[in-house]
Structure formats: structure tokens, C-alpha cells
Design a protein around this ligand. Structure first.
Ligand code: ADP
Ligand code: MG
Length: 285
């Protein structure tokens, strides 16, 4: 078993993964993608690995590597399909809706007139405007009235072409927290509550992580979401509502370093076990 760990820097998460490789006694190599040349005519250096685990902080670089390897049929987790769906919050909402999975109602619009109409369809203000590809709670705005909506759309029109596609969602009144669920091969192995006084609850924005018991409802929504998206290693954001759990978004390069302690689950070991099983299955073992 030869595991290639793709990275753009070693965070606490990668340190835990390295420890898990040591514990499992497998061969692994750290590959700094910033030093690599991607050339389909020189693919031999990548073919000597049984599987790649994508752990890049930079989504631009990580996603490019996933596409490159997937296109050459070299095993990588997550794969191209999973990455593509998760990388775009609107695509995630569309795919989950198609599969009948409860998800925050989301629209995509391209100008102010359509934005105003979309807000009406979503049931009025407040709404949330977010970037299709953001992370760590950045570029997310709660919009309480039409004047603020006009201002945001005007700002976006000067921010470059990728900001001309605008995601507008229903604002969900959460109980001061949301749930981050870690899903490995369709199984939710652990979950945390992220509590905050602010409506944006990311731990990167100061949200506090505490253990969340994995209930049958959490397990069920995680399994169906994983099936709809294509399996792999997923971190789901779930909201608790009066009607039950709904999915906010799905992340394809999960950060978990602050979650092993409160949950008591070695998420890094679960990840490595998934990679080992993946290779064994591929090799017909
Ligand atoms: N539609 C929404 N209603 C209520 N809260 C939201 C909504 N969208 C996002 N949030 C809050 O903002 C956080 C970050 O949003 P998210 O879409 O997960 O983006 P990121 O990729 O930056 O984590 C969520 O964890 C949640 O606390
Ligand atoms: Mg999130």
C-alpha cells in the first residue's frame, strides 16, 4: 500500500493523518503539489501510488490535482465527481434537491432584477448571499432588506467575473449552533455542534466545538447525502429546524483537527482505514 498525501502545507489535520499512517504501518509520502508539474505525458511518477489523499489548503491547486488524476484513472479521494459537486454550493443544493434530500432552499441569479424576484420566491427577507465556492465563513452576508440587497449586488458587479453568479438562500433561524458531521464512506463517524453568538458558526470564525451524539436522523441524512454525491470523505453542515435536519453544504476536504478531542473519535484513523479498504477493494482483496 503506497499512499500519496497531496498537500500545500502541513496543518494540525495533516499531522494527525501522518500519525494515523504510522499507526496503521502503511507506506505514505507527503507530496507538496506546489513543487509538481502536471503533464499527462509524464504520468509514471503518479502511477506508482495505489491511492492519493487530497489534503490541500488551496482548493485551486487541490482541485486541479484531483481533476488531473481522475482524468488519468489514477485513484484519488475525493474523486472528480465529488469534488465538482461539493466545490459549488449551488450545485450541491441542486443535486441534493434532485434526490429529495432536505437542503437549504438556494437560487442562483445573475443580476439585481432576478435577485429581487428570487428573494420573493424564497419567502422574503432575511436571505443569505454567499459565494458559490467560499469557505471558513467568508463572503457570506445576511441581507435584511432590499436596500442592502442592491448594495451587495452592486459591490459584486465590481468584484470580477466569478462574482456575477450569485447564490441567494433562505435564512434559516438556527438555535445558536449548527452541526458538522464527518462522513466516511457513507457512515457518519462523528459530529460536533458549532455554537456561536454570531449567526455564522464556523470554528474558523470563533464557533465553539462540542460533541454531538450521532442520532439515527443524523446518520440517515448523512448516508443519503453521501449516496447522492458519490461517497468518499465528506464533512456536512447540517441545520436543525422544526421540520427536522436540513443540509447547508458539503465539504470535500474536511478539516477535523479540533473535532477529535470533543468527539473522542480518531477521524484521521477513520480516513486512513477508508483509504486502505479502497485499495484492497481495487486490488480485489
Ligand atoms: N442560509 C443560512 N441560514 C442560516 N445560517 C447560515 C446560512 N448559510 C450559512 N449560514 C451560517 O454560516 C456558516 C458558513 O456558511 P457555509 O455555507 O457553510 O460556508 P463556508 O463554506 O464558509 O463554511 C454556516 O455554518 C452557518 O453557521
Ligand atoms: Mg460550512
Amino acid at each position: 500500500m503506497n499512499l500519496g498525501i497531496l498537500h500545500t502545507g502541513i496543518r494540525g489535520d495533516e499531522k494527525l493523518i501522518i500519525q494515523a499512517c504510522e499507526n496503521a504501518n502503511i507506506n505514505y509520502e507527503l507530496i507538496d503539489v506546489r513543487k509538481k508539474i502536471l503533464d499527462p505525458l509524464v504520468k509514471e511518477e503518479f502511477e506508482k501510488y495505489d491511492i492519493f489523499l487530497e489534503r490541500c489548503i488551496s482548493s485551486v491547486k487541490g482541485n486541479a490535482f484531483i481533476e488531473f488524476l481522475s482524468n488519468l484513472n489514477i485513484p484519488v479521494v475525493n474523486n472528480k465527481q465529488v469534488m465538482n459537486i461539493c466545490n459549488d454550493k449551488f450545485q450541491t443544493a441542486t443535486v441534493l434537491s434532485k434526490h429529495g434530500i432536505p437542503v437549504v432552499e438556494s437560487t442562483l441569479v445573475f443580476n439585481e432584477k432576478a435577485a429581487k424576484k428570487a428573494v420573493k420566491g424564497l419567502g422574503g427577507y432575511p436571505v443569505v448571499i454567499k459565494s458559490r465556492t467560499g469557505s471558513w465563513g467568508r463572503l457570506i452576508t445576511k441581507v435584511n432588506d432590499e436596500e442592502a440587497l442592491e448594495g451587495i449586488i452592486d459591490h459584486k458587479s465590481y468584484m470580477g467575473p466569478e462574482h456575477s453568479a450569485i447564490v441567494i438562500q433562505q435564512y434559516i433561524d438556527k438555535p445558536g449552533r449548527d452541526i458538522r458531521a464527518f462522513v466516511i464512506g457513507g457512515n457518519c463517524v462523528a459530529a460536533i455542534y458549532r455554537s456561536s453568538e454570531h449567526w455564522i458558526t464556523n470554528t474558523a470564525r470563533g464557533g465553539e466545538a462540542t460533541n454531538c451524539t450521532v442520532t439515527a436522523d443524523i446518520q440517515a441524512i448523512c448516508q443519503s447525502t453521501s449516496n447522492a454525491i458519490g461517497g468518499g470523505l465528506l464533512a456536512l453542515d447540517l441545520f436543525e429546524t422544526d421540520e427536522g435536519l436540513i443540509v447547508n453544504e458539503v465539504n470535500h476536504t474536511m478539516e477535523f483537527k479540533n473535532s477529535e478531542k470533543p468527539t473522542g473519535v480518531s477521524i484521521s484513523e477513520e480516513i486512513i482505514e477508508y483509504c486502505i479498504n479502497f485499495v484492497n477493494k481495487n486490488n480485489g482483496k
